[in-house]
Design a protein around this ligand. Structure first.
Ligand SMILES: Nc1ncnc2c1ncn2[C@@H]1O[C@H](COP(=O)(O)OP(=O)(O)OP(=O)(O)O)[C@@H](O)[C@H]1O
Ligand SMILES: [Mg+2]
Length: 503
């Protein structure tokens, strides 16, 4: 029954220079449903939704809203029609308040339309936030809020347009479990009000939790749509990647005989890190598990010299090193792939090749001035291939790559630095299932080559699958260590919730 559809998209095509991003894509949305949109990095999910939201103009194809063909050319038009989008990378102005962000460009005016009616602005925003039961002061600056709260403000903004269609592009990528619960509560309330929600995510478990239907895209094309309750994960994955994934088996090797690559002794930083001690051996993958905020990222940042510490020693191959700033760490052979994409130091306005070689540019200088073009191109090519980075060429600007592919460039950049000790912090966040397996294999290959690796991940199956040994943290302390053989989800969770009082 087409008339019961809120949105119907048919045979949509969209090209960018060198990229045919959408090739006959299809999608539909019913009122009051959560329709998940899945596909590998670069499949065209964000592009399709940006067309619906008026950010990109389609080359050809049909978009129907309530059965009526529409032709949207600007985000403003889309908003007026009740189509709201919450972007993969949030789009808020950090220097404005929550209320100013919600009403940007259409602030209520008082006094003959000349002056901004600040009170109305804040009151209206407070009402929207209260409707969502979100605890944010309309007057707080956006930049000071957590990502979760920023997202709530984005949702409030979408609701202020009375959106009937709400697109969420990887909304939970940077949220912790409690924040995800909160978001899902809001999604359920919106559903009950008849809002249709498009939900883009790489997290398979969220499918069953929140979505009613799932549509899979591959290479800009429509693959199929399933009712989530009837679908199996394997089905969805094989639709996404178009091939069966090779199942990865960990070798339960004990690395105790290998030489110690890194030793951390008595690391302390306020309440964030309390007496952290661990050893990491050559060829070993050491998993760091724990709940959000347990201090895993803080350990990595401290060892890498990104945060100052109160006390502690770092030994590389048995020799004490002084790490005050990240450059000291890199010189000692320690690399850190940060979890925070914004701080990854990618130059979005530069191309893939430049971003790949940027940190090691010295290697490509001839006589100190001329860049050796061929070696740079070769190296970039190599990483594009090994990491399956989806880009039409090395000359593509980074901002035109899909989110997951940008992340792979970060990995390439660090691999090129050739550090012996690598901290991977949430390396597969925002990365599709197929590419996740590639990254697992890569981390494993690096270990086999003798690199020492710390793997921080909030996804327990991932830590379990890869690590030779697992350190568990809670509230800034190491609460236990498990060998691969002893580690189970239950044991890890037990240690991850061992608060100091119980110790
Ligand atoms: N503005 C643009 N200019 C050039 N190419 C683009 C642009 N936007 C997207 N692309 C390309 O279109 C393809 C689809 O990208 P899109 O961002 O839609 O993927 P996605 O499915 O959202 O992936 P991800 O899961 O990584 O976010 C990719 O090859 C991407 O590089
Ligand atoms: Mg995307």
């Amino acid at each position: 029954m087409p008339e019961s559809l809120l949105v119907r998209i048919e045979d949509l095509h969209k090209s960018f220079p060198g990229v045919h991003a959408l090739k006959g894509a299809r999608f539909d949305l019913r009122p009051g449903e959560v329709h998940a949109l899945m596909g590998e990095n670069g499949a065209g999910k964000s592009t399709l939704m940006k067309v619906l939201a008026g950010i990109y103009t389609r080359d050809s194809g049909t978009v129907l809203l309530d059965g009526q063909p529409i032709d949207i050319h600007t985000p403003h038009q889309a908003q007026k029609l009740g189509i709201g989008i919450i972007h993969q990378e949030l789009n808020l102005m950090n220097h404005l308040t929550a209320a100013q962000n919600v009403f940007i460009g259409r602030e209520p005016k008082g006094l003959m339309g000349l002056f901004l009616d600040e009170k109305k602005l804040n009151d209206d925003t407070a009402k929207l936030l209260a409707m969502l039961k979100v605890d944010v002061d309309p007057k707080t600056l956006i930049g000071g809020l957590t990502v979760a709260k920023q997202q709530m403000v984005e949702i409030a903004k979408a609701l202020s347009f009375e959106s009937r269609v709400l697109i969420m592009d990887e909304p939970t990528a940077a949220l912790n479990d409690a924040e995800i619960d909160e978001l899902f509560r809001i999604i359920r309330e919106l559903k009950a009000k008849g809002v249709g929600i498009v939900y883009i995510s790489h997290k398979m478990d969220e499918l069953k939790r929140i979505s009613d239907r799932v549509t899979v895209m591959r290479d800009g094309e429509y693959v199929g749509t399933l009712n989530t309750q009837e679908a199996t994960m394997e089905q969805v994955i094989s639709m996404m990647v178009g091939r069966p994934l090779q199942n990865y088996v960990r070798k339960d090797q004990n690395m105790d005989a290998n030489p110690v690559a890194l030793e951390v002794k008595g690391l302390n930083r306020g309440r964030a890190l309390r007496d952290i001690n661990f050893k990491l051996r050559q060829g070993e993958i050491l998993g760091f598990a724990g709940l959000m905020g347990a201090g895993r990222t803080e350990v990595a940042r401290a060892v890498f010299g990104a945060d100052p510490v109160d006390s502690g020693e770092i030994l590389v191959k048995g020799k004490k090193v002084t790490v005050k700033i990240p450059r000291d760490a890199v010189q000692a052979g320690i690399g850190y792939l940060s979890e925070d994409r914004k701080r990854y130091g990618l130059a979005l306005g530069m191309d893939v090749q430049a971003n790949t070689v940027m940190a090691t540019i010295g290697r490509f200088l001839h006589l100190g001035t001329f860049l050796k073009k061929k070696p740079m191109a070769d190296v970039a090519e190599k990483y594009i291939n090994t990491l399956s980075i989806k880009t039409p060429s090395q000359e593509q600007l980074l901002k035109f790559l899909s989110g997951g592919n940008q992340q792979k460039v970060v990995i390439a950049k660090w691999l090129l630095r050739d550090c012996d000790i690598l901290f991977f912090d949430e390396p597969t966040r925002g990365i599709d299932v197929g590419a996740k397996f590639e990254i697992y294999k890569l981390i494993q290959d690096l270990a086999t080559q003798g690199k020492a690796i710390v793997m921080i991940s909030s996804e327990l199956p991932e830590v379990l699958r890869l690590s030779h040994r697992i350190v568990v943290m809670c509230e800034g302390r190491i609460t236990g260590e498990l060998s691969a053989a002893e580690a189970t989800q239950e044991r890890i969770m037990h240690l991850a919730t061992l608060r100091s009082a119980a110790m």
